[in-house]
Design a protein around this ligand. Structure first.
Ligand SMILES: Nc1ncnc2c1ncn2[C@@H]1O[C@H](COP(=O)(O)OP(=O)(O)OP(=O)(O)O)[C@@H](O)[C@H]1O
Ligand SMILES: [Mg+2]
Length: 367
């Protein structure tokens, strides 16, 4: 996978820019607040259909501009392609793939695959479950469109079910009439999503183990397991009927608690990934350095699983991570970047000598 060129108009502080990339390492260098992360955000947005910084589309449009446009040329092993996105406040986004309009940006997720790594990801282990779920959701959505569809459906159902729980006391009748339906729908999607997550984690766990041991020279063994709120054993998730019923039972057994909370307390939106080192929770017991190494290993594993499944390497997007790492982790990361395309942002080049340097100043990009 290779990002060939991006053209941007009125995105964040970028009024107009056209940037061509090398197939290897590309280094965006510049002072703070010049537009380095903005450029990575534009690339990642085109790949994922969402920003890693905001859920408010209008924030991405340059102050004072009426709309913005990103056009990305990329190449996979088969052909050259283009994705173009135009955004205007209050209107639906306009998305085209190879000149043909698509109705939603989510339909093209997985066409151009990336692995994003920014400083916040270094806290993946010690953060709450939402960050780890997001890690899974982004990684798996780029591999399996059916996963993303199911996730979107699940989130819609969750919204409906939460509304029902919120208003249960005022409208007990409609609660009693429909809760079974929504719980069944939710459990059905949950079973599919959980199975994908468990399968993905099994593959990723192997890669995490390897990366962690290469990076740290440690004999300690990390594991990554799915901690589902349905309490199934990892292998039980293969049986989707079983998982569906397990979630369904939970969703039908604690209505009073859920009504009290006004929201759904069980389901894949509550599940977690448990990271262990030598059988013990890394969140509770690992040192800060180990937690950072594990987080880095998770991100590298994401790239490797993607390459194994799709047969080609995703593009790595590294936002300002080199400044956060010590020399040995930096060296390891640099070694992992060979034979693939990487787009890095940094204030200082940190000894990154071979690569295309792109100077960033006030939303302009110069080679
Ligand atoms: N919608 C917008 N319109 C215009 N400018 C914006 C918009 N959103 C953000 N900016 C500006 O973009 C700049 C930040 O750019 P960016 O986050 O890319 O910086 P950076 O080069 O990554 O800096 P750092 O090294 O500090 O991370 C800020 O000055 C901010 O005011
Ligand atoms: Mg930045």
């Amino acid at each position: 996978m290779e990002c060939k060129k991006i053209s941007i108009r009125d995105f964040r502080n970028i009024e107009n820019a056209e940037i061509a990339f090398e197939s290897g390492v590309n280094i965006l260098v510049g002072n703070n607040a010049q537009g380095k992360t903005n450029l990575l955000e534009a690339i990642s947005f085109t790949a994922l259909g969402k920003s890693f910084r905001t859920s408010h589309e209008e924030e991405m449009i340059r102050f004072g501009a009426e709309s913005c446009e990103i056009s990305l040329d990329f190449k996979d092993s088969v052909r050259e392609q283009n994705i173009t996105v135009r955004m205007m406040p209050g209107r639906r986004r306009h998305v085209e793939q190879n000149g043909v309009k698509v109705s939603r940006l989510s339909e093209i997720v997985g066409a151009f695959r990336t692995v994003l790594f920014c400083p916040e990801h270094l806290s993946l282990i010690k953060e709450g479950p939402a960050e780890r779920r997001n890690f899974l959701d982004v990684a798996i959505s780029q591999l399996y469109p059916v996963y993303l569809k199911s996730l979107q459906k699940y989130n819609q159902i969750l919204k409906q079910r939460n509304q029902l729980l919120k208003h249960a006391e005022e409208d007990r009748r409609s609660f009693d009439e429909t809760i079974e339906f929504w719980s069944r729908q939710m459990a059905r999607e949950a079973a599919l999503i959980a199975r994908y997550r468990v399968r993905y984690l099994k593959r990723a766990a192997e890669k995490i183990k390897i990366c962690f041991s290469e990076m740290t020279d440690s004999k300690e063994i990390p594991e990554a397991v799915y901690a589902g709120s349905s309490h199934g054993e990892p292998d039980s998730y293969e049986d989707m009927d079983y998982t569906e019923n397990a979630y369904y039972q939970l969703l039908m057994s604690h209505h009073d608690r859920e009504i009290g909370a006004g929201s759904s307390l069980w389901g894949i939106h509550k599940d977690d990934v448990e990271i262990l080192i030598n059988g013990k929770s890394a969140r509770a017991f690992a040192s800060q350095g180990q937690q950072r190494s594990l987080a880095l290993a998770m991100k590298l594993a994401e790239g490797e699983v993607c390459a194994d499944i799709c047969g080609e390497k995703p593009v790595f997007l590294f936002d300002d991570v080199f400044s956060e790492l010590d020399a040995s982790r930096r060296a390891y990361l640099a070694e992992k970047m060979t034979n693939r395309q990487v787009i890095i942002t940094t204030c200082e080049p940190f000894g990154l000598t071979n690569g295309k340097i792109i100077k960033v100043e006030n939303g302009s990009y110069q080679i």
